[in-house]
Design a protein around this ligand. Structure first.
Ligand code: MG
Length: 490
């Protein structure tokens, strides 16, 4: 629900509240790194992963034609599900109803969607959920290969599921063997954006007496380069990225960090090794692994004294809130594009609601006509009893006219339905030509939106939006409003 206290601040820069949070009570603010503190130049980075992964496919004996596969940075959006067994990608609404599906680049018909998914209902647990940006290029590559397999039957002698497993394996390999890292190390500016307000935002929190910590799955060598690029020398008195953080944890293995019992290891740079650690975490040193329970014990902070900021709905947010009661803020960078579009398209939405209202009025009118026809028929029966031919003829005449106008009305209703469908499709295509709005399916919430709603206390498009808010602000949620509640001005 919108916090109106920031009138004047563009919507796409605001922080949205699902669950009230008194920022004054937050003592420790933790940050994920990738896509949270570090914003990626996605086309460049994902394109790199896409191309490097294809090379691994060829090395593993897949046909060389795969080299011609094309990276399409905008084909997918987050929150989609992947049916690995059938090679399909699905958009599902909050009631787990599959509203849109693609097999490679072929759209599944309504009948196919029904027989595969909607007839029996689906369990999203059986599918892979695209939660991370890194997964977009991975799944797009999968779609490319599915498409290739359909176009060239027999060229790849594997099932769709086996191909998916290979995509996973090869992309992991690219990350592990340094194929991707080495490119980023060489030219971080090509792959990472510097947000010039990030350091100001972090310093504001520190000045307000909060302590910051870093909790990332990335390893130290990568973290050092990325955060060095993003934060070094960007604020007076904070020459090094480490100066911002009280605690630094790399290689955290989230979600395992939140539920497991891994010990903390200390990262020692010279000589390059990991040293088993016990006792309190020393500020300003870098640790590896660890677990949340121990983290709470050794830092002395717990539960809602901690706010954790991340971009991954499952790893960063759902697990954190489920198991620890840490407060959470989700970074949804797509909102920077989606919110201005939402604002731009309010007229389109108004038109849709107008047409829906028109449909309701017409529906009511048709029901009245049906009742009149039925009443006339009953009168005819009575008149037949009295053999009142004049009355009978009059009633039959009248019904003939009514039936004609009912038929005309039904046709208008059909036209209206078609019109509404077209208006909705056109509006959705303005968000994304294939998948529509991130947070909606038609006029309903998407599965992704539902998760955001259920698990993220706060959400916003980027970390530096926090600079517009007091570190002592009471973020208030009006989330408890029910569909039947009477809202002010309604
Ligand atoms: Mg991340």
């Amino acid at each position: 629900m919108r916090d109106e206290s920031k009138t004047g601040l563009p919507l796409f820069k605001r922080v949205f509240v699902n669950r009230s949070l008194n920022f004054a009570n937050t003592k420790l603010v933790g940050f994920d790194m990738d896509h949270t503190l570090a914003i990626y130049k996605r086309d460049a980075f994902e394109g790199l992963a896409f191309r490097e992964t294809i090379k691994k496919f060829i090395e593993a004996g897949y046909p060389e034609e795969l080299l011609e596969l094309e990276f399409k940075p905008n084909f997918l959006i987050r929150g989609l599900l992947v049916d690995k067994k059938n090679g399909n990608i699905l958009k599902v609404d909050t009631h787990k109803y599959v509203k849109n599906a693609y097999h490679g680049y072929r759209r599944l018909s309504k009948e196919e969607r029904y027989s595969l998914y909607n007839a029996q209902g689906i369990d999203p647990e059986n599918f892979l959920s695209i939660d991370m940006f890194f997964e977009l290029s991975e799944v797009q590559l999968y779609a490319e290969i599915v498409h290739f397999m359909n176009m060239h039957p027999g060229r790849v002698k594997k099932t769709f599921e086996e191909v998916h497993l290979d995509v996973r394996t090869f992309i992991d390999l690219c990350h592990k063997d340094g194929t991707i890292k080495n490119h980023v190390f060489k030219e971080p500016e090509k792959y990472i954006q510097r947000d010039k307000y990030l350091s100001t935002t972090l310093v504001r929190l520190i000045d307000a007496g909060k302590k910051l910590f870093l909790l990332t799955n990335s390893l130290y060598d990568y973290t050092k380069i990325i955060l060095g690029y993003v934060l070094d020398n960007s604020y007076e008195g904070f020459a090094n990225w480490k100066d911002y953080f009280e605690y630094m944890i790399v290689g955290a293995g989230k979600p395992g960090f939140f539920i497991g019992s891994q010990p903390f290891l200390e990262v020692v740079e010279e000589p390059n090794l990991l040293k088993l650690h016990s006792g309190p975490l020393h500020p300003k040193r870098v640790y590896y692994g660890g677990n949340a329970q121990l983290f709470e014990e050794v830092t002395g902070y717990s539960g809602d004294e901690i706010l954790y900021v991340g971009d991954h709905i499952y790893v960063d947010i759902i697990r954190t809130k489920d198991t620890l009661n840490w407060r959470t803020m989700l970074i949804i960078e797509e909102l920077e594009q989606e919110i201005p579009k939402l604002e731009e398209l309010t007229e389109d939405l108004e038109k849709i609601f107008e047409k829906l209202q028109e449909k309701e009025t017409l529906d009511e009118r048709l029901q009245k006509i049906r009742s009149m026809i039925a009443a006339n028929k009953r009168q005819v029966q009575k008149a037949e009893h009295r053999e009142d031919m004049k009355k009978i003829n009059h009633l039959l005449n009248e019904n003939e006219k009514l039936i004609k106008s009912l038929e005309e009305g039904k046709q208008s209703l059909k036209d209206l339905d078609k019109n509404i469908k077209t208006l909705m499709q056109n509006r959705e295509a303005k968000f994304h030509p294939v998948w529509g709005e991130l947070m909606k399916v038609g006029l309903e919430r998407s599965r992704f939106a539902n998760q955001v709603n259920a698990y993220a206390c706060l959400y916003t498009s980027r970390v530096s939006n926090l600079r517009y808010y007091s570190p002592f602000k009471k973020f208030i949620s009006f989330h408890e409003v029910l569909p039947h509640d009477v809202s002010p001005g309604a």
